[in-house]
Design a protein around this ligand. Structure first.
Ligand code: NAD
Length: 307
């Protein structure tokens, strides 16, 4: 009989989290007469960025966060963005600020991220928050790794003493996720593009988290029997590039949109080997939005003095 892994549904778990956030916002309105506010700076016309910002705003609407988006032209200078951030930093009705990445080449990304008040840095990209994460102090943690840990916890997957392999070492996902795993007492291996024998490290993992942005990077023979597999990757595959297997599996997507989204894991082959697996879409993606909303609530709670 083919063993089937349990699917960790980020869609379902994120709904629970959003309901909790919504209830807390209702309490805030009742007790303090205030609502959290999130400002999103969107630069240029990157279609993926537009989609991400729209889904963040939809999430805000669902839970009762006041959201505002500031659209800036592709030709914007670092100084122009800094001026906007300064205004947002001083506003009492804005508790969270995020700048949608990537930014155009002429913009100094680090300067921009460092200009955001660490108290309003709901993306957790400010070096002060990153440093606090290393020191295990109360701070804003980037939403994607926070969502990954939350989905593991809410699925009752123990991390203490487990071998966890993180594929990817970006500031947004891989590094903070590795620290969170370490803070939960997992034994953590971090892999990246220069890792010599990726399979050796992935095969050893009780918990395998993959955030590389490379479709089919993780194949069946790279995964340990019974492993927990979290696929963070988001890869858009157009109809002309899809294999016949993918065309059949995602027929509905291809018929409707001429494209589909897949992760970094060869899902159809890895799934029977895993004990738990998160799908793409419907896995880490919705968790990221939910945790951003939770971070914004946390920022607002601190400002209004609510526990
Ligand atoms: P990134 O490009 O900044 O980092 C990619 C990492 O993967 C790097 O550490 C790189 O060294 C490593 N890598 C690349 N190819 C590799 C290979 N062949 N072997 C081993 N390591 C390899 O990307 P990122 O921002 O961390 O995002 C990674 C993926 O996760 C992307 O597909 C992105 O779209 C997705 N993502 C999803 C969410 C979500 O909410 N679901 C959020 C952020 C990113």
């Amino acid at each position: 009989m083919i063993k089937i892994a349990e699917i960790i549904s980020g869609t379902e778990i994120s709904k629970q989290i959003k309901n909790e956030v919504k209830a807390e916002i209702e309490r805030m309105e009742k007790e303090k007469g205030k609502r959290p506010g999130l400002a999103v700076i969107l630069v240029g016309e990157n279609p993926a960025s537009k989609v991400y910002v729209a889904s963040k705003q939809r999430g805000c609407e669902q839970v009762g966060i006041m959201s505002e988006s500031i659209k800036m032209d592709d030709s914007v200078s670092t100084e122009d963005i800094l001026k906007e951030i300064e205004k947002l930093n001083s506003r009492d009705d804005i508790h969270g600020i995020l700048v949608q990445l990537p930014l155009p080449e002429q913009v100094d990304k680090n300067k921009v991220l460092e200009a955001i008040s660490p108290d309003k840095d709901v993306d957790g990209f400010h070096p002060i928050n990153m440093g606090k994460l290393v020191a295990q102090k109360d701070c804003f943690v980037p939403a994607t790794p926070l969502g990954i840990i939350e989905m593991l916890k809410r699925t009752n997957i123990a991390l203490k003493g487990k071998n966890a392999t993180m594929v990817g070492h970006s500031e947004i996902v891989g590094k903070p996720c590795s620290l969170l795993l370490l803070n939960e007492w997992a034994t953590v291996t971090i892999c990246h593009i220069e890792t010599r024998d990726l399979k050796m490290h992935t095969k050893d993992a009780d918990i395998l988290i993959v955030a590389a942005g490379v479709p089919y990077l993780i194949k069946e023979d790279m995964v340990k029997e019974g492993a927990v597999v979290i696929d963070v990757g988001i890869n858009r595959i157009t109809k002309d590039k899809a294999s016949s297997e993918l065309l059949e599996w995602r027929k509905e997507d291809f018929d409707k949109k001429q494209a589909t989204l897949i992760g970094d894991v060869d899902y159809l082959r890895v799934e029977p080997k895993a004990s738990y697996i998160s799908p793409v879409p419907g896995g880490v993606g919705p968790m990221t939005i939910a945790m951003l909303l939770k971070n914004t609530l946390m920022a607002a709670k601190k400002t209004v003095g609510m526990k």
